[in-house]
Design a protein around this ligand. Structure first.
Ligand code: GDP
Ligand code: ZN
Length: 325
C-alpha cells in the first residue's frame, strides 16, 4: 500500500467523470484519477442497504466531488493524477436523486458554511422557508449565515423584528444591498478563507451578490445566460470559484433542490437550536413536541421563550416532512 503523505494536497474546484481541475499550491492542474480510487469508492463503502447497480454506476462516474480535498502527483506541467481523497471534514451539499429511494447525489463536498440569502422585498422573505434551510444546515452541522439582500428597498419593521429572533438564537444576520454594494465588507469578511455555498429562493439576488464577490463566477453566469439566449443547451456542473478575499464559493446554480439526506432528519427537534434547553424535559421521553401533554417545547413556545413562528415551522416540517416546501 503506497503512502501519499508526501504529496501536496489540493482542492477540486471543477470537473466530473474522471477529469478534474485541482487547485494546488496556487496553480490549477488538470487531473485524472487512479482507477483504484474508483473501485474503492464503488465497492468499499457498505453504508446503504439499498445500493444497487444504478448507485454503483453513479459512483463510478463521479468518485470525487467538487470541494473534495485530494492528494495529487504531478505527471507533466499543468497535469496531475489524484492519488488519494482526504477524509471529508465538513459538509456536503447534496442534490436529491430524482428517483426516490436512491441516496442523494453529492454535488459539492467540503462546504464550510452556507449563506442563506433572502430579500427584504421583491420577493418578500419567507421565514418558514428560511427555517427549512436552517434545518438543512443544522442537520449537516454546517454553520449558516443569514444574508438579507435588497436592504436598499427598505427593511419592513416586522422583518427587522423577525431577524432579531434569529440573532438571539445565535445566527449571524447581515443586511446587504448588491445594487448599492452596501454591507459587502461584512459579507467578504464572513466568506474569506472558507468554502461557502449560497442558497435561497430565486430572485433574491444571489447571482448579483456572487458577481460582486467572485468576478470569475460573474463571467460564467453571463456566458451561460448568453448561451441559453441563443437556444444552446448548457449543462452546468458544480464548480468552486475563488473569492476576491480568499476562500471559495460554490456555484450552486445547478443545485435546484437541497436534499436533506434521504429527505428526513432523524431528530428534527435537534435542528432547532433554541429547543435544546427543553429537550429531555417533556413529560414523555418519546415526545415529538406536537400535541403531547406536558410538552416543554410547546409550553416554551406558548410562553414566548421559543418564537411562535419557529415552533410553527417545526410543527409543519414534523408533519409534512422536509423534502418540499
Ligand atoms: P437570484 O435569482 O437570486 O440569482 O437573483 P438575481 O441576482 O438574478 O437578482 C434578481 C433581481 O433582483 C435582478 O433584477 C437584480 O437586479 C435585482 N437585485 C439584486 N440585488 C439587488 C439589491 O440589492 N437591490 C435591489 N433593489 N435589487 C436587486
Ligand atoms: Zn415535547
Amino acid at each position: 500500500m503506497p503512502a501519499f503523505e508526501h504529496l501536496p494536497d489540493g482542492l477540486i474546484t471543477e470537473g466530473s467523470r474522471g477529469i478534474y481541475t485541482v487547485t494546488l499550491e496556487g496553480e490549477s492542474l488538470r487531473c485524472t484519477i487512479r482507477g483504484r480510487l474508483r473501485k474503492e469508492l464503488v465497492y468499499g463503502q457498505g453504508t446503504s442497504t439499498r445500493r444497487n447497480v444504478r448507485d454503483v454506476r453513479v459512483r463510478e462516474k463521479d468518485p470525487v466531488a467538487v470541494g473534495d480535498r485530494v492528494r495529487v502527483s504531478r505527471v507533466a506541467p499543468g497535469q496531475g493524477v489524484i492519488e488519494e481523497v482526504l477524509a471529508r471534514t465538513t459538509g456536503a451539499i447534496t442534490r436529491g436523486d430524482p428517483d426516490p429511494g436512491h441516496e442523494a447525489l453529492t454535488s459539492v463536498a467540503g462546504i464550510d458554511q452556507v449563506v442563506i440569502v433572502f430579500a427584504a422585498r421583491n420577493p418578500a422573505p419567507h421565514l418558514r422557508m428560511l427555517d427549512r434551510f436552517l434545518v438543512m444546515t443544522e442537520s449537516q452541522r454546517l454553520p449558516a449565515l443569514i444574508c438579507l439582500n435588497k436592504a436598499d428597498l427598505g427593511v419592513p419593521d416586522y422583518i427587522e423584528e423577525q431577524l432579531e429572533v434569529y440573532r438571539r438564537i445565535g445566527y449571524q444576520v447581515l443586511q446587504v444591498s448588491a445594487t448599492r454594494a452596501d454591507g459587502l465588507d461584512a459579507l467578504k469578511a464572513a466568506t474569506a478563507h472558507q468554502v461557502s455555498a449560497f442558497v435561497g429562493p430565486s430572485g433574491v439576488g444571489k447571482s448579483s451578490l456572487l458577481n460582486l464577490l467572485a468576478p470569475d463566477l460573474g463571467q460564467r453566469v453571463s456566458e451561460v445566460s448568453a448561451a441559453s439566449h441563443k437556444g444552446r443547451h448548457t449543462t452546468t456542473g458544480a464548480r468552486l470559484f475563488p473569492l476576491a478575499g480568499g476562500g471559495y464559493v460554490a456555484d450552486t446554480a445547478g443545485i435546484r433542490a437541497l436534499a436533506l439526506g434521504a429527505g428526513s432528519v432523524e431528530r428534527l427537534d435537534m435542528c432547532f437550536r433554541e429547543f435544546a434547553p427543553y429537550l429531555g424535559t417533556c413529560r414523555y421521553d418519546d415526545c415529538v413536541h406536537l400535541d403531547e401533554p406536558g410538552c416543554a417545547v410547546r409550553d416554551a413556545a406558548r410562553g414566548g421563550a421559543i418564537d411562535q413562528g419557529r415552533y410553527e415551522s417545526y410543527r409543519k416540517l414534523k408533519r409534512d416532512g422536509l423534502s418540499d416546501a
